[in-house]
Design a protein around this ligand. Structure first.
Ligand code: FES
Length: 648
């Protein structure tokens, strides 16, 4: 990773190759003006390169003499190797904040290779796999049926009993005579039995593929897996077409309230997956008929809808799903591009609000093999939280609301291009510096940007612990808007919408409720097991949410307990990673089924301690500051810097 040294600030940070100097500055807490989100249009993020090799995009925002003197725009410049840069005074938003609270590095999501080291070696067959075999030709002295000769041959190679589907029986006579008894079978394998699904003539066992599918409420993502090479050969993602029937799962459950509605939602999910399957198959020169299995991981509602099972019971008391485990079914019959033998394996969902996506994530994170007490968190509209290790797992799900996905926030948006994802606020002037996803002109604020913004405002002394703006603020960035006090994150001239992008007090309230629900969920889970936060040995954060999540800011907000940052692991899309592993190994499928069966689910709506924990968490960072000693020290330090004495 290139090391960026900011000589003007006497600090340096290592960042992944390809990160801009602006991102490096924000991660190192080096104050730099940036109001267009890193889009290269505001011209404020000037830096002087003193040494080292860089790559920079030409811009008209710098004059020729400036360029000759080494000036670059930090958002348009990447380090090729180690680089030293100086931040000139004109690029400062105001007084440079103290760096005393330490440096952060970007949250590096585990690579597939790193994930593998957390798991036992993948051995054995895939749940649906091909097997090439020679069967004896019939003769007057061996007049066993074709099926008997095939299953006997298979059983000689594997210990379990093999049965045949009607389709496979229909294919067998011709296939067995094409290549002198050389056939390839597609077999569904379980520990106690196997089923021959398909037979074709000759040896085609070098072509075996499966499709891992993360059926997200917002986005569906697929990975085409080459089962012979043991790797993903193509990947694609697309918005779930169901979003036209509501953004959250509850709206989808309501929309599926009639037989026609259920059929429509199922069809929309199938259409999205079909589109993606067709795309990745074409990219990898694979015919969809060559797919042996679709392995789907989705939350409980998504899984019900995909399979056309009514999820209505999940929404009303006593909140039970129609099923928690699902029979294997033919993918073609569901309308997916596939062969007649292609299976759809939907991962089990332990409870109404704990789905196969979490089960897949737990497997991908290696929790079923770990001795460490692990906290697994997947934050979306619902915060799914699991605590445990290889021996036991306890889980809950708390309704965080849509705030972390940009919902219920005036200028909130999903983590998409143009979303403000990182914010630093000058403690003296309250001027913001921002970075947007893909450095597009800012369009709104996504979850990590919202967390940054509230935590930064609090650290800058602009917010009370209740989340309200302090009444005596003298800053052009805090003003009275139509909805009360608001903070200007982006001015109209810098935004991609032509209007100011603001964070209102009501937005902060929504975010406080969301973070309080997550913290209360973790507290209840830990206290129900009599486990202290300090005993948690590893925290696994799943989902894209974790990528630029700033651990310091998130504890300042009080969303997660103060746990040593070194104990955090960022899994990325655990749902897809788990589905991919399971598509490659019967053992992984067995483990996923075991995880679903062994997980004890705590229903928070009937938990007497949850409401108390929730109300206590509705403050920054919490009513009980003793739970957040590092944040308390940081606040006191910031208060001292502002010359206001100790924090109350
Ligand atoms: S030009 Fe770099 S942040 Fe605006």
């Amino acid at each position: 990773m290139p090391k960026i040294t900011f000589t003007s600030d006497d600090t340096s940070i290592a960042v992944p190759a390809g990160e801009s100097l602006l991102r490096a500055a924000m991660l190192a807490d080096v104050a730099v003006s940036a109001s267009c989100g890193g889009n290269g249009t505001c011209g404020k993020c000037r830096m002087v390169v003193e040494s080292g090799e860089i790559e920079t995009t030409p811009t008209t925002r710098l004059s020729e003499p400036d360029r000759a003197r080494g000036y670059v725009l930090a958002c348009l410049t990447k380090a090729v190797g180690d680089v030293s840069v100086r931040v000139p005074p004109e690029s400062r938003p105001g007084a440079a904040p103290s760096h005393a609270h330490g440096r952060r590095i970007p949250n590096r999501v585990l690579t597939p290779e790193e994930r593998t080291t957390r798991l036992p070696p993948l051995t054995g067959w895939a749940p649906v796999s091909k097997q090439a075999i020679s069967i004896a030709l019939p003769s007057l002295t061996d007049n066993r049926s074709d099926a008997t000769r095939l299953t006997h041959a298979l059983e000689r190679m594997g210990a379990v009993r093999h049965m045949m589907t009607l389709d496979a029986l229909r294919e067998l006579p011709a296939a067995a005579r094409v290549a002198q008894g050389s056939v390839t079978t597609a077999v569904w394998r379980r520990p106690s039995h196997a089923q021959v699904l398909h037979v074709e003539g000759g040896d085609t066992a070098d072509r075996q593929f499966a499709l891992a599918v993360d059926v997200g409420t917002t986005t569906v993502e697929v990975a085409l897996v080459d089962l012979v090479a043991g790797k993903v050969v193509a990947q694609a993602a697309e918005y779930n077409a169901q979003v036209t029937r509501g953004e959250d799962v509850i709206s989808r459950v309501i929309a599926a309230g009639t037989p026609e509605g259920l059929a429509e939602l199922s069809d929309l999910a199938v259409r999205t997956i079909s589109k993606l399957a067709t795309r990745v198959c074409a990219e990898a020169n694979v015919h969809p008929e060559e797919l042996l299995a679709y392995v789907t991981a989705g939350n409980t509602v998504m899984t019900h809808l995909l399979l056309s099972i009514s999820p209505a019971g999940i929404r009303t008391a006593p909140y039970v799903p129609a099923a928690t485990t699902f029979p294997r079914t033919g993918a073609q019959a569901l309308g997916l591009p596939a062969g007649a033998h292609t299976q759809l394996i939907a991962l089990p969902c332990p409870a109404s609000w704990l789905g196969g996506d979490v089960v897949a994530g737990i497997v991908a994170a290696g929790v079923p093999w770990s001795d460490k007490l692990t906290l697994f968190i997947d934050v979306g509209t619902n915060g799914e939280i699991v605590l445990g290790n290889h021996e036991w797992l306890v889980a809950c799900s708390c309704s965080a609301g849509p705030a972390f996905e940009g919902g219920g926030v005036l200028h909130g948006m999903r983590a998409a291009e143009g979303a403000v994802e990182q914010i630093r606020i000058d403690p003296e002037t309250l001027q913001p510096s921002i970075i947007t996803i893909c450095c597009e002109r800012p369009l709104g604020i996504c979850g990590s940007g919202l967390i940054d913004c509230v935590a930064e405002l609090f650290l800058a002394g602009a917010l009370e612990r209740s989340g309200k703006f302090k009444p005596d603020l003298d800053s052009p960035w805090v003003r009275h808007g139509e909805r009360g006090l608001e903070y200007v994150v982006v001015r109209a001239e810098d935004s991609g919408t032509g209007s100011d992008i603001v964070l209102t007090e009501l937005d902060i309230e929504n975010l406080m409720r969301a973070k309080a629900a997550i913290f209360a969920g973790i507290s209840v889970l830990a206290s129900s097991l009599d486990v202290s936060f300090s005993a948690i040995e590893e925290v696994v954060v799943a989902g894209g949410f974790g990528h630029y999540l700033d651990l310091e800011r998130i504890t300042v907000l009080g969303m997660l307990p103060e746990i040593d940052p070194g104990r955090f692991t960022f899994l990325g899309n655990g749902s897809l990673a788990g589905a991919e592993l399971i598509s490659r190994s019967t053992e992984m499928l067995d483990v996923a089924e075991r995880v679903a069966a062994m997980t004890t689910y705590l229903e928070l709506s009937v938990n007497t301690g949850f409401m108390d924990a929730y109300i206590s968490a509705l403050f920054l960072p919490h009513t009980d500051l003793r739970l957040f000693p590092k944040t308390e020290a940081l606040l006191a330090e910031r208060e001292r810097e502002r010359g206001h004495g100790a924090v109350d």
